[in-house]
Structures are given as structure tokens and as C-alpha cells.
Design a protein around this ligand. Sequence first.
Ligand code: GDP
Ligand code: IMO
Ligand code: MG
Length: 429
Amino acid sequence: MENICVVGAQFGDEGKAKITDLLAQKADFITRFQGGSNAGHTVVTNGKKYAFHLIPSGILYENKTCMIGAGCVIKPDDLKKEIENIVSQGISPEHFKKYLKISPLAHITMKYHTDIDGYSENALGQNKIGTTKKGIGPTYADKYNRSGIRVEDLFDKETLNKKVDIILNMINKELKFVYDLKPYTKEEILKELAGYKEILAPYVDFNWQKNLTDIKDNKTILFEGAQGVMLDIDYGTYPYVTSSNPISGGAATGASMGANSIQRVIGVFKAYMTRVGEGAFVTELTDSTGETLRTIGGEFGVTTGRPRRCGWFDMVSAKYSILVGGITEIALTKLDVLDKFDEIKVATAYKNKLTGEITEYYPTNVFTHQNYEPVYKTFKGWKQDISKCKHYSELPENAKIYLKSLEENLKTKISIISVGPDREQTIFV
Ligand code: GDP
Ligand code: IMO
Ligand code: MG
């Protein structure tokens, strides 16, 4: 089988975990390539619901190795809680010790990173990003500032000691003078790190170069993205984005196996759109239709419980996602959520309210988005329950018209249609 990369193609929460879990059936190795426990991934199998944050969504299988890649950031105490939570649902701790691997090159989220994330969000007030407050931005900022702590550092006492001496001086100045936050003593930091070492030790793969060489040569790999293209640090609705690259290019850097290890990129889109946190959302519905989408779709965050903002499918941002995300085919999820609607809308273009100009290309300066309104194409609803459909042919005619129109406009094949949260509720086209 070819190696597949699963990428969120909107603002996150598209149902990537369901698609990853399904595709993992045919993979030997599943790797997360970016992000941290800001992600909230739900897998439903046999009516049982599992919530993942950092652990790859393929972990429920036997005989499949799951790796948290070099491009990820790890808050070890959150990872510990995540494992304990899944263990409480019946998966054994030995299963994790056997199948979960962590790249020694991944970065550690320290307490001071979450302190800074929380402070910055409060200080920004109305201009806040609406982050998950998991310390993601500050961890990546330190990584790129070359003052981060990597997993491998925890296992080399001398390096760690030296590193803490160098960075703590800077971090404490930053905490005190920039953020007016409590500085840390070296003892506190070393104690925190010693605790993290203990949590991560069973999973760190120090033989990753040998193992990944073998996997790249002989195994089927599934790359699992978190967040979505429109939250990408380079291509998303900057600055209302996360601090990593959810695009497939992120897999090329974050999974330690290069761009040539990926053959197909599946972009996961919801049949409508949602967003948590602040930032532009041209097709957002703040009326009762948006409320109905939220209620039927159960649109509340897995990580923060925040209600998700809802709106119609946006072809302008979808075309952009397909381009910059390197998407070769589409998985369309939550089509069943539209079952009860009389009419379904899709934005085919944006109209500039000031100039009247119509554009089909995504305006990347999101501060101009207040000047745009969506130009909608309206589809007739199908008004019937599709959640038990197993084959494309069983879908109502109006649903097929909707799907065909998306495919034609996006010039990209829809290869998976999801009609419910369960593994079984999936149509492979
Ligand atoms: P992710 O972050 O992209 O993995 O998505 P989330 O897990 O945050 O959110 C997707 C939600 O939709 C989860 O509650 C899923 O169980 C649910 N879901 C996934 N696919 C479908 C679908 O086709 N229909 C319905 N009704 N729910 C779905
Ligand atoms: P999954 O993988 C939806 C959003 C936050 C905020 C912005 C920055 O489940 O799709 P951060 O904490 O990353 O610095 O927050 O990104 N965000 C997500 N939105 N789904 C996610 O993950 C998200 N991870 C981060 O709400 O707007
Ligand atoms: Mg999610």
C-alpha cells in the first residue's frame, strides 16, 4: 500500500482521528508529525469513545507502532494523563510500552511555557488568539529561538545541567521583565525535568534511525496531522493560528522520513465548517442555522470544551488548502449532520463589500476579511437519514449532487465519505 498523510483541511476538528483510525487498519506504522496536546482527536469504535490529544489515533490496534515525531511538542504530565485515561478504558499500560514511541528530538513544554501562554492570552484581552493555553506557542518559539529542551536532553545529565544554566537565565528575565511572572530556581526546573524523564523513559526510541530506515524501506506508513491548514503558522489565518505546520509539508520535516516517503495526501474536510478560538471565518453563521449545526454536529471542543463557531462550507479556503496543503484527495466528514436541512449552502467566492470585486482566491491578510461576504450557491437538502448508508449508490440524489459539485469545483476526488462517528459509518468511494 502507498503511504498516506492525513491532513486537516479547515480549522481543525474535521474528523481527522476517525479517518486516521480507519486508515491505520492498513498501515504498520502511524506517526504524528506536529502539534502537541492542543489537539483533541476522537475515535469511536463499537460505540466506545476514545479521546486522544498527542498519541496517534492508531494506538487502539495491536501490532502497529505509533510514534510521536520530532516535529511535536510534548507536555509529559499531559501525556501521562492521556495514557491513564485510555488505560482506564481498558487498554493495558503494556500496550503503550510496546507500541508507543517518542522521538528524542521532540521538544518539551515546560511549566513556564504554559505560564506564558496563559499570561499572553489574558494580556491580549480582546485581541487574544484564543489558544488552548497548553503552552504550544511559547514551546515552538523557544525551539526556533534555539533555547528549547528536547526529549533526548532529559537523558544526558551533563548536557541538561549546562543547558538549564544557559536558558534559565534568559527565561527568568523574560518571565520577570516581559511577563511579570514568577521566575523559577534551577532546582525547581531540574526537579520538573526529572519527573518528565521518568514519564517519558519507557517510550523514547533512541534507535529511531535504524528503526525508521527499516520502516521506510519495508512498511506502510500513515502520517497523522493535527489542527488544520487554515491554522498553519505559515499559511493559516495568521496570527490566529497554531505554531506549527499542519500542511503535508509539515510531515516531511516532522516525521523524520522526508518528503519522498509520502505518496498520497488525504485532506479531511467537514461538509460544513467549524472553528474554535478567534480569527476570521468568512462563512460563519451567527444565527439559528449556525446554532442548529452546532447542536446536531455536537460541535464542542475535545480539549477545552469550548463551543465551536459554525458556518457553511467555504470553497475559496478549500481550494487554497488543497494547494498549500498538497492535498491529493478528500475525505468528507459529517455529511449526516446536514440530513435535516432544507437548504445547504456553499461559498463559491468572496465579494468585497467596499469595491464589489469578486474573488475565488483566498485573501491571506485576514484583517481584510471583515470586508468580504460569501457568494453562496444553494443546494436542496436530502431530508433523510444517511447515517446507515454503506455505499455511494445508497446516498440520496441531492447528496450526490452536493458531493459532485464539491469535487468538480475543487478538482479533487472525494475518496472517503463519513456519515457518522463510528468506524462502520464510512463510505469508501
Ligand atoms: P479531529 O480533531 O479532526 O480528529 O476531530 P474531533 O475529534 O475534534 O472532532 C470531530 C467530531 O466529530 C468527533 O466528535 C467525532 O466523533 C465526530 N465525527 C467524526 N466523523 C463524523 C461523521 O461523519 N458524522 C458525525 N455525526 N460525527 C462525526
Ligand atoms: P485538532 O487536532 C481546533 C486552535 C486554538 C486557537 C489556535 C492556537 O483537534 O484539530 P494553540 O493552543 O495551538 O496555540 O491555539 O489554534 N487550535 C485548534 N482548533 N482543533 C485543534 O486541534 C486545535 N489546536 C489548536 O483554538 O485558535
Ligand atoms: Mg479535534
